[in-house]
Ligand binder design. Structure first.
Ligand code: GRF
Length: 198
């Protein structure tokens, strides 16, 4: 049984989808939900589901990423995870951290990578006149939003779309894509897949 730690910074809707998918014959189970933000709404949702939670606040380590990451690693490794899932985790991680979890850390990003790495992905896609947006689950490497792609879901952009409206439609697909990608990853299947339309 693979042990999964999930890192969040906010509401944790992707974390909830992952946790709720790890039942029955699923080869993985959640062992920790960690946030850099003590006020993250996802912490209560994890606790409601009986998942151990932890907070490692980045602010005392402001300006010293290595110290923050050393504290993260200590707390995370206490839970002995086989897989790390970043799910709305909003801190940049350096090679010191990504190297420590190389080959066993995945992330969900709200764009069709390699397009629109970084922030404000939906506003940028609309601004650029794209006809479709979406989300990507990828392996995490030292390069931001750049590792091998595991799965993608495509979402049409509508003529009058606002970033908020598009984001909410993409989020629905994130909640389908990430659990499927995690299950395949936990089964040792790293082939790329496109999420079928629901
Ligand atoms: C989502 O758009 C996700 O793509 C990004 O963070 C946002 C919030 O996710 N990584 P969540 O509701 O906190 O899971």
């Amino acid at each position: 049984m693979k042990r999964v730690a999930i890192l969040i910074s906010g509401g944790g809707s992707n974390m909830v989808s992952l946790v709720d998918s790890m039942t029955g014959d699923h080869p993985a189970r959640p062992v920790l939900v960690l946030s850099n933000n003590a006020d993250a709404g996802g912490l209560a949702k994890a606790a409601e589901r009986g998942i151990p939670t932890a907070v490692v606040d980045h602010r005392p380590h402001r300006g010293d990423r290595a110290a923050f990451e050393a504290e993260l690693i200590k707390v995370i490794d206490d839970a002995r995870p086989d897989i790390l899932c970043l799910a709305g985790f909003m801190r940049i991680l350096t090679e010191g951290f990504t190297g420590h979890y190389a080959g066993r850390m995945i992330n969900i990003h709200p764009s069709l990578l390699p397009k629109y790495r970084g922030l404000h992905t939906h506003a940028r896609a609309i601004e650029a006149g794209e006809t479709e947006a979406g989300c990507t689950v990828h392996e995490v490497t030292a390069e931001l939003d750049d590792g091998p792609i595991l799965g993608q879901a495509r979402v049409p952009i509508r003529p009058d779309d606002t970033p908020e409206a598009l984001a909410s439609r993409v989020l629905v697909q994130e909640h389908r894509l990430y659990p499927m990608a995690l299950r395949r990853f936990a089964e040792g299947n790293r082939t790329t897949f496109d999420l079928p339309a629901d």
